[in-house]
Write a protein that binds this ligand. Structure first.
Ligand code: DC
Length: 704
């Protein structure tokens, strides 16, 4: 992959119509718990082994910050060990970049402000542009009232920040903090104050109605695990007793993320019509407030069975029931309710969600704008949103605003074939006797595709969200798009196919590798390449697997072995055997999986995927192809003769074109692409243009 395409891959992800869900999902670790545990481990005396930690953008910035501050960080198998600072700074000057992680910025700002004040130091905390728009003034005011020196480096009340010391901290007076903008300010103070409570008790008083109380409960529960007991009077007054000191609990487990569970609970409520969807990692006894999303989902009709550490979800009422709900206790998961509202029997009203406006993006505005694209009727207010389901669904390209939850939410619209409102300009697909809610659907069911822009933003909390979704989602095979690249040997099909797959977020089938692997297996087993029956038997059982860009044969990495000239030559022989081609057919068809496939080879469009949405026939002159191969061999240190290579290519072309089975030829409807004079990027762009012209979305980032 070129650097350019790595940076761009993929700019969007198109979701074909999803018709059902079943199976088991294992949730990633909770973001809120992960980042709190990391910081507490970093501040504690002793070594903490953290199990099931979330691996995501937000936890990565926290880990990097702890490392910069001098904490020892080691990974052991699936767990991570942090040796804490025991409340003593070992690094007194640092610049920390915290991305868009509010759960890192707020508590680190508080902790470092206090440590700099008491031990001296200078720390600068910054993030991405959006982080510099997220208010932190109330926390800064609280810390300044205590005596900390904090400079806002850009605009007052917003990061980036400079924290300096030593300064004289005040004793005695309670620290006041506003509780009605973000509960993270209180969390930050609660986590930081034990650093200066060894000798004096510290009291925090909350001004205004405290929002998102469940997050404060997580904070208090975790402080307990690290040896600090906070006395709480209602939600207004919190006291950290004198002699509070952090002590590592040794081992600590991170629960699965309850907010992440909401997408699968919703998917189960919408589309688990046969067996329940099992969601592992959160259940009864979860300390995360968002677990109460279960109650809201039940009110909308979800059928949910709770176990100690798992949930079983299936469709209950259908359509879902519209609700009116105060969502203050589940601010993050409530976004998922707005998506469920698309499948409800009336208008859903979510209230008391003003905090949405200061999250990763202004989530009320974002949600309203994007839901309207599907045809939903949306009313937004300062602290509420109302969503009525579309009467006619429309294909939509969804902006995600660098907000992981917008992207995960958007995916739930891909079940629109199951909704009551018929899509307006629908692609129609067949359902093979799918059952929904006990009724057999019509043989044909309209649906619209959904495009999610910048899908990688899910990396903030759930990097493999889409592949997990696709692993439990069912789609009609015919609606899973296939794009084929056929063409002669050494035309660059593999490179083009691979780049296209990356740019579209699709799977990639390098069918030549299957023939090469068959040839290699035959070679190793001492089977004559002309022994059709035995080679075909080998092909049928081929223990070939692809892991990222590596090919594994029986577990052995054979990526390089497959590229050997001798193997290529043998592959050309075995590929001419009808029984071998038949044996490999099923294997090739099995690559057609959600969300889509780019398949390259001699006969992908003509034989294997005759219904491919786009067929490309890639050619280059024999002279160009010989030159490319020559360069390739020379760069590998293999001596080669240009004219011999060209003769060989022409002989192979003739063999491939004239063989009786699946001869190489351009499928009649294929787009011809001669790349003799084109760079790889130019070829990729050309095919993406053809592809875009076939979609209802346009080329990439522009809204529909
Ligand atoms: O594309 P390649 O060089 O990796 O292919 C190896 C051999 O397999 C080549 O001789 C053509 C043959 N092949 C085929 O017949 N049909 C395919 N779909 C892919 C490759």
């Amino acid at each position: 992959m070129s650097d350019a395409s790595r940076a761009m891959a993929p700019a969007f992800l198109d979701l074909p119509p999803l018709l059902g869900v079943s199976g088991t999902v294992r949730l990633p670790g909770s973001k809120s718990i992960s980042n709190r545990v990391l910081l507490l481990a970093g501040l504690s005396a002793g070594r903490t082994r953290i199990h099931d930690l979330l691996d995501s953008d937000d936890t990565r910035v926290m880990i990097d910050a702890l490392r910069t501050l001098g904490c020892a960080v080691e990974t052991h198998g699936g767990s991570i060990c942090i040796t804490g600072l025991a409340g003593r700074l070992s690094v007194h000057e640092a610049q920390l970049f915290l991305g868009n992680a509010g759960t890192a910025m707020r508590p680190l700002a508080a902790a470092l402000a206090l440590l700099a004040a008491t031990q001296g130091g200078c720390f600068e905390l910054s993030g991405v542009a959006r982080m510099h728009e997220r208010p932190i003034g109330d926390l800064i005011d609280a810390l300044r009232s205590l005596g900390c020196s904090i400079t806002c480096l850009s605009q007052p009340g917003y990061p980036p920040l400079r924290l300096e010391g030593p300064t004289q901290l005040r004793q005695g007076t309670p620290i006041c903090v506003r509780g009605d903008v973000s509960s993270q300010f209180l969390t930050a103070l609660l986590m930081a104050l034990p650093l200066v409570a060894a000798e004096h008790e510290r009291v925090i008083e909350v001004e205004g109605e405290l929002i998102s109380k469940p997050y404060i409960e997580i904070t208090l529960a975790l402080l307990e695990r690290f040896g600090v007991h906070v006395r709480r009077e209602g939600w207004q007054r919190f006291t950290l007793p004198a002699s509070s000191v952090y002590r590592s609990p040794g081992d600590i487990h991170v629960e699965g993320d309850a907010s992440s569970a909401s997408y699968f609970i919703a998917a189960g409520a919408i589309a688990a019509t046969e067996a329940p969807l099992r969601i592992e990692g959160a259940g009864i006894g979860s300390i995360q407030g968002d677990i109460r999303f279960i109650e809201a989902a039940r009110a909308m009709g979800a059928d949910i069975v709770e176990e100690a550490n798992a949930l079983q979800v299936r469709r209950g009422a259908w359509p879902l029931k519209a609700i009116t709900l105060d969502c203050n206790h589940i601010p993050d998961a409530a976004m998922t309710l707005a998506m469920m509202a698309l499948y409800a029997d009336g208008t859903t009203r979510l209230t008391n969600i003003a905090s949405w406006r200061v999250k990763e993006t202004d989530r009320i505005a974002a949600m309203a704008a994007e839901l309207r694209k599907f045809g939903a009727r949306v009313v937004e207010g300062a602290d509420f949103i109302e969503v009525g389901p579309p009467t006619h669904w429309r294909a939509a390209s969804i902006h995600t605003y660098d907000d992981h939850r917008m992207a995960m939410c958007a995916s739930l619209a891909a079940f629109n074939a199951l909704a009551a409102g018929a899509p307006e300009s629908a692609g129609v697909f067949a359902l093979d006797d799918q059952r929904t809610g006990g009724t057999v659907l019509d043989a044909k069911r309209p649906s619209v595709p959904v495009r999610v822009l910048d899908p990688r933003c899910v990396g903030k909390t759930f990097p493999d969200y889409f592949s997990v979704l696709f692993s439990i989602a069912r789609a009609d095979r015919d609606t899973i798009p296939v794009l084929t690249v056929d063409g002669p040997t050494a035309s660059g099909k593999g490179t083009l196919g691979n780049e296209l797959a990356l740019r579209l977020g699709y799977h990639h089938l390098d069918s030549g590798a299957l023939y090469r692997a068959t040839a290699l297996a035959a070679l190793r087993a001492g089977i004559d390449a002309n022994d059709e029956r035995r080679v075909a038997a080998l092909a049928r059982q081929l223990p070939l697997r692809f892991d990222q860009l590596r090919a594994l044969l029986g577990g052995e990495d054979v990526t390089d072995a497959l590229r050997a000239e001798a193997v290529g030559s043998l592959a050309s022989q075995v590929a001419a055997l009808p029984a071998v081609r038949k044996a490999l057919l099923e294997l090739q068809l099995s690559f057609r999986r959600l969300p889509g496939l780019v398949a390259d080879g001699r006969d992908m469009g003509s034989v294997v995927f005759p219904d491919a949405a786009l067929k490309v026939f890639l050619t280059a002159s024999a002279a160009t192809r010989a030159e490319r191969r020559h360069k390739q061999l020379i760069s590998k240190g293999i001596s080669a003769n240009l004219s011999a290579l060209r003769d060989d290519l022409e002989a192979r072309d003739a063999r491939d074109q004239n063989r009786s089975i699946a001869p190489l030829k351009a499928p009649s409807e294929a787009k011809l692409l001669d790349n003799s004079a084109l760079s790889i990027d130019a070829s990729v762009e050309q095919v993406l243009d053809w592809w875009a012209a076939m979609q209802p979305f346009g080329r990439g980032s522009e809204p529909y």
